[in-house]
Design a protein around this ligand. Structure first.
Ligand code: PEP
Ligand code: MN
Length: 366
């Protein structure tokens, strides 16, 4: 993927930037008291953080709390005046942008349900023309990095250079323990396409429960992400949205204080040499794996020819199941997890079937 963006680095616009950039606050603005209480408690631990609160809430089903609306913007102003925290909220259309700009909101973000829709993103981008405000773009609900990149491009093309991407996980039918499957590889794809783009992780929406937040936040730091957005509420049990995943400010402090922030560059020469040595071994092993795979595929092709001569179908379910079960057993003995073996075998099998199909059926002439 190619992604060329004109970016102002975080440390050029965010006062006192220190990793991780912290964005904390409730899922939704609910009352003046809830906002001020939460913000004061957060500011006591993290005076350089950004205070988040949703004013308009994109809810999957109607008749749930859909946000407090414009009055919440006044509470945001109060938070800023009384704590000095910068304020951030989600915008989903041009009207939201206008209201936020009028109320002096410092940072805007585009939510996961909006990033999927290029019309909405373009509407927001158009409303931002000529404005100098930081904008964060959450990943789309579905695992599509092109949509994520596209939304960043639209915002950037409108002249916004203070941008960052927020990784909040993806909808999937097999989420494992997570509310939204993290699919870290997609965040890595985006980072690889545009290394200067700051990446912020949202462990609250990935995890969906407080117990998973420390693990996800640490992993984000180990993936060299730049910041964290964590839903924090002075009274999470009674929250009007996302009650199950919000934490109290003191818990936020425990999580952030326990984080290990590791260096992404190796300064020490001895350490660098050792790492280089191990990386060479890994590279050689990867090459060996590829050679073996290539050999395996030529045998698959021979099997395809044999099947063709004898009029046998390419796929036989009983054989495939036996192969997979055997692989999982062997993998287990070698300490390789079942999920990994399943994915790996699926990939190898798909390529094998593709080749046998080529052998069996001549492709139609164009
Ligand atoms: C939120 O941050 O409260 C929110 C609605 O998140 P997302 O867009 O990631 O679902
Ligand atoms: Mn939320």
């Amino acid at each position: 993927m190619i992604l060329e963006l004109n970016i102002t680095p975080l440390n050029k616009w965010f006062p006192h930037y220190k990793k991780p950039l912290l964005i904390a606050g409730p899922c939704s603005a609910e009352s003046e008291l809830q906002m001020l209480e939460t913000a004061k408690q957060i500011a006591a631990f993290y005076p350089n953080s950004i205070f988040r609160a949703g004013i308009w809430k994109p809810r999957t089903r109607p008749n749930t709390f859909e946000g407090i609306g414009n009055i919440g913007l006044q509470w945001m102003q109060q938070v800023k005046a009384e704590t000095g925290l910068l304020t951030a909220t989600e915008v989903a259309n041009a009207n939201h942008v206008e209201e936020c700009l009028k109320s002096g909101i410092d940072i805007l973000w585009i939510g996961a349900r909006t990033t999927v829709n290029p019309f909405s993103v373009q509407e927001i981008a158009d409303a931002l023309k000529g404005v100098d405000i930081p904008v964060f773009v959450k990943n789309p609900i579905y695992p599509d990095t092109q949509l994520w990149a596209g939304a960043l491009e639209r915002v950037n093309n409108a002249g916004i250079t203070k941008i960052a991407a927020i990784h909040r996980g993806f909808h999937s039918y097999d989420n494992g323990p997570f509310r939204n499957s993290p699919k870290w590889e997609l965040a890595i794809d985006l980072k690889a396409a545009c290394p200067e783009l700051p990446l912020i992780c949202d462990p609250s929406h990935i995890g969906g429960s407080p117990e998973l937040i420390p693990y996800i936040a640490q992993k984000a730091m180990d993936m060299d992400m730049d910041g964290l957005m964590i839903e924090t509420h002075c009274n999470p049990e009674n929250a009007l949205s996302d009650a199950k995943q919000q934490i109290k400010p003191f818990q936020l402090n425990e999580i952030i204080s326990d984080l290990q922030i590791r260096s992404s560059s190796v300064e020490n020469i001895e350490l660098r040499n050792k790492l280089e040595e191990l990386r060479c071994i890994v590279q050689k092993l990867d090459n060996d794996l590829l050679e073996l795979l290539a050999k395996r595929m030529t045998i698959s092709q021979q099997i395809g020819e044999y099947k063709k001569e004898n009029n046998i179908t390419i796929f036989q379910v009983a054989h495939w199941k036996k192969l997979m079960e055997g692989g999982i057993l062997t993998g287990d003995l070698l300490g390789l997890p079942k999920e990994f073996i399943k994915d790996l075998y699926q990939l190898i099998h798909d390529e094998s079937i593709r080749r046998q199909t080529e052998v069996m059926n001549k492709l139609p002439k164009k």
